[in-house]
Design a protein around this ligand. Sequence first.
Ligand SMILES: Nc1ncnc2c1ncn2[C@@H]1O[C@H](COP(=O)(O)OP(=O)(O)O)[C@@H](O)[C@H]1O
Ligand SMILES: [Mg+2]
Length: 196
Amino acid sequence: MSGEAVVVGVRLRPFVGYEQGQSACLEIRDDKTVSVLCQGGREAKDFAFDVAMDSTDKTKDNYVSQVKCYELMAKKMIEHIIAGYSTCLFCYGQTGTGKTTTIMGSPKPVSEQGLLLRLINDLFEFAESQREQGSSINLKVQMLEVYNEKIKDLLAPKTDSFTRQKPPEVHVHPKHVSMLRAPRIQKQKASTTVLS
Ligand SMILES: Nc1ncnc2c1ncn2[C@@H]1O[C@H](COP(=O)(O)OP(=O)(O)O)[C@@H](O)[C@H]1O
Ligand SMILES: [Mg+2]
């Protein structure tokens, strides 16, 4: 994983509610391989990833908890961020597949925190240790939601329609990628305040 510019992982969640009693179509074969089992009678097909995570059963030896998922997928980003690289953590999947659980999880208990909370906590801790050594560090946080082509500033205080600020805008560069411009940046003391 070290030195890789892009790391692609797949995570299998346990059956929930209505899925109980169904048979699995996917299986994590080893720490890099997923097998698709339901091939209409045909042989199972294997797909390779940088990381394949089995989070289906806590009693399994290879069970990937929230903390293990962080170690496998995101922790390395801290080094890159500190070295000055732009980094991006991207979670993709259809509704109900476990994106929110993996990215956000739950603030409490700490064991259930997702990747983003862990990343931010580690970054704040790094900043604190640098400050203790005399460095001056300024952290800025923006939290924007893009849904149905509309952007929402999640840290903006709730306002009535008369005082509502201009919403953030998307700027599409003719040659490069889309840029987001938000009218306001909130400063917070700790990541838990920002994300709770
Ligand atoms: N790793 C996991 N372990 C246990 N349950 C999970 C896991 N990932 C997802 N779930 C459960 O699956 C359901 C859908 O997860 P969610 O994160 O909301 O999906 P998404 O954000 O992709 O729509 C929720 O009930 C959630 O608790
Ligand atoms: Mg979700």
